[in-house]
Design a protein around this ligand. Structure first.
Ligand code: AP5
Length: 218
């Protein structure tokens, strides 16, 4: 199964991608996670990406395309993948098409998650992340059983630097201007499935599984 998760910041792409990878035995390729890892490790790429990310702007196409190209060349992606947060521009989508074609692969589906702006802002403002194992929680909707510490590893949870109100505003604007055009791009290729992402996590996962089941084995 080869799928792309599309949608505004905070619609739940990462939350659902984690569930989909276990159910369908495929890998998650999240450009946000890869970039945050580079920032944590203070690599040259991480240092370049940090200022864009903190402001809520997109990291240059050349940087993220290189990251994804490497991941798609890795044997771990052979059984399938879910791309979470990539592509985010038409240029990235075109490059993805070329990389897949060069290895005789193609996308099975692009799922567009729909959640109201108001709910997205609530989800992002309350998100808490584990800086050690990268687990994601929500202060109200998905709290950690250990309060301010991570359920999985016990590390103190933090708020992502781009989940501050000013950065959220910028991310939503950037999404409308640069990423939303991909909805039409993939609809024209008859790859798009719309998904209502506004319900509880398990209900969204059930609906998503119905969309994806024809393309994978569990
Ligand atoms: P990235 O990490 O990809 O951020 P994003 O797309 O803004 O998406 P988020 O991770 O914020 O949200 P999500 O949809 O995954 O929601 P989540 O499941 O966490 O990118 C970060 C930055 O990196 C970008 O701004 C950019 O600078 C750079 N970047 C990344 N990719 C790039 C690219 N391709 N090109 C250029 N730059 C790039 O859920 C959010 C919260 O809601 C959580 O707290 C969760 O617990 C909660 N939640 C989830 N589902 C539900 C539900 N159903 N009900 C209630 N709460 C829920």
């Amino acid at each position: 199964m080869r799928v792309v998760f599309l949608g505004a910041p905070g619609v739940g792409k990462g939350t659902q991608a984690d569930r989909v990878t276990s159910k369908f035995n495929i890998v998650k390729i999240s450009t946000g996670d890869l970039l945050r890892e580079a920032v944590r490790n203070q690599t040259p790429l991480g240092r370049e990406a940090k200022s864009y990310m903190d402001q809520g702007k997109l990291v240059p196409d050349s940087v993220v395309i290189g990251l994804v190209r490497n991941k798609l060349a890795d044997p771990s992606s052979r059984n399938g993948f879910v791309l979470d947060g990539f592509p985010r521009t038409v240029a990235q989508a075109e490059e993805l098409g070329k990389v897949l074609a060069s290895t005789h692969r193609q996308l099975d589906r692009v799922v567009n998650f729909q959640v109201s702006r108001e709910d997205v802002i609530k989800r992002l403002s309350g998100r808490r992340s584990c800086p050690k194992c990268q687990a994601t929680f929500h202060a109200d909707f998905a709290p950690s059983k250990k309060g301010a510490a991570c359920d999985r590893c016990g590390e103190t949870l933090v708020q992502r630097s781009d989940d501050r109100p000013e950065a959220i505003e910028t991310r939503l604007k950037v999404y409308e201007e640069q990423t939303a055009p991909l909805i039409r791009y993939y609809r024209d290729q008859q790859l798009l499935s719309e998904l209502d992402g506004s319900g509880p996590v398990e209900a969204v996962f059930e609906a998503l599984s119905k969309v994806l089941t024809p393309y994978g084995t569990t």
